[in-house]
Design a protein around this ligand. Sequence first.
Ligand SMILES: NC(=O)C1=CN([C@@H]2O[C@H](COP(=O)(O)OP(=O)(O)OC[C@H]3O[C@@H](n4cnc5c(N)ncnc54)[C@H](OP(=O)(O)O)[C@@H]3O)[C@@H](O)[C@H]2O)C=CC1
Ligand SMILES: O=C1O[C@H](COP(=O)(O)O)[C@@H](O)[C@H](O)[C@H]1O
Length: 491
Amino acid sequence: MMNNNTLNATNILIFGATGDLAKRKLFPAFYNLFIDGRMPDNFNIIALGRSDHNDEYFRNYIKVNLEAFSRKNVTAEEWDSFQSHITYFQHQLDDESSYINLNQKLEELDSQFGMRGNRLFYLSIGPNFVATISNHIKKTSLASQADKDRIIIEKPFGYNKQSAIELNQLLSETFEEKQIYRIDHYLGKETVQNILAFRFGNSIFEPLWNHRHIESVQITVAEEVGVETRGGFYEQTGALRDMVQNHLLQVLCMVAMEAPLSLESDEIRDRKVDVLKSIRRIPADKVDYYAVRGQYGEGEINGKKARAYREEEGIAPDSNTETFVAVKFYIDNERWQNVPFYVRTGKKMKEKQSYITIQFKPLPHSTFSDTNPLSANRLIINIQPLMDIRLQFMTKKQGLSMALRPVEMIFDYFACKEDTPEAYETLLQDALEGDLTLFMRSDQVEEAWDVVTTIQEDWANKKAPFPNYDAGSWGPKESFDLVERQGHTWA
Ligand SMILES: NC(=O)C1=CN([C@@H]2O[C@H](COP(=O)(O)OP(=O)(O)OC[C@H]3O[C@@H](n4cnc5c(N)ncnc54)[C@H](OP(=O)(O)O)[C@@H]3O)[C@@H](O)[C@H]2O)C=CC1
Ligand SMILES: O=C1O[C@H](COP(=O)(O)O)[C@@H](O)[C@H](O)[C@H]1O
């Protein structure tokens, strides 16, 4: 198997390796990078978990999950070669001796490399464990080489603005900012990265990309799945922290940011921070006007009965956790004055669909008769599962009269037959290579928390009339009211 010999030998440590994210995304991503020859010549994946497993058991568990979740087929030859890089290590997060043992293990693995390898710590674990792990890494000097060691931290980064500030402070005692990779996997999605190419690699869209021509922007991330086995985590998190503070705001930044001067990571991150700073803060007494929360009751998805959130495993029977959020934001800068940015996300919705709609303003005057109504132009960027860009415009209907109809021009990724990497492949490769562009800087996460602070505080203090939408629907009625009161509709 060919590997990437420009990358240093690396020990990759996955905290939370027995969890949902590791089995569905991280191991498949490493496996696909491996098959593509993008892993370092020498590497180990050290899977950390509390249970007492041996390597053989854990490798088999990973194989079964690769067969279910890997983008590429798992062949006997490739698996044999890949599995030898995986080691399971029983570990207690809050026990210092466990880190001392881990250090010994790493020294053994380093001696096989014949050098001190790079160390990539992946915290695939809830935010409440990050401080404990970081403190132990510091105490036991596990990450003693700033030019070789990196830490990847999953979202949500903290619980709110204050906890994110504290976490940033704490991490800075062990890691320099250039070593910290705060991951938001939406930024690794091909369709999300393409927003930059689409906006700044063409001359025809950017002149229209502002309040003079755009009526509204909508970002929808609808999921069909519920909380699955993650009830315990989700009860503490809810959709605002799980999706809006990170994924949706990051996508909003990609749509709204000014052109970066270069593709330098800090230049791009600066432009995103500008957007976050310009988002108008929602006044504490106006949260109900700008934001809607929901929780699914029972319903039907694809002809199958679906349970209510409160009946899912690990969920309190009177849970006040939101599984749906819709918010109207405004961006107070010259480009976006008075353009509403509507964002919504929910679990157990009618179908899985993530997309951005750029709704252009209607023509100020129509040359055509009243019987020939014009639809305003619309640009739809489908993120997933459809991956395409659609421009809707008016054309003449074929025939003798001058009648018009709306049509779509589509760029479809699948039609290019390009092998599209999964978001985690892109991001893990960037982390191995030391490229921070698609990761969040400390000030980015703090600003993003600031944007949702009044909503968090308001919702924490009020009991919601849950459940308020049926599983298999498009969310609560109030979400439709949010856009309709301004003469808009969810597109
Ligand atoms: N799952 C997903 O689709 C996504 C998840 N994420 C983020 O990734 C992170 C991990 O998520 P996910 O894998 O779903 O989480 P899981 O709930 O599956 O937990 C991950 C691991 O954490 C360990 N763990 C859980 N509770 C404790 C505890 N009390 N003490 C010590 N260890 C514990 C367990 O390992 P063990 O018992 O072996 O020690 C478990 O396997 C989260 O921050 C999440 O937001 C981000 C994007 C998508
Ligand atoms: O971060 C998360 O994202 C997933 C959705 O990711 P996607 O790539 O499938 O769109 C979400 O289900 C999960 O709750 C959240 O933690």
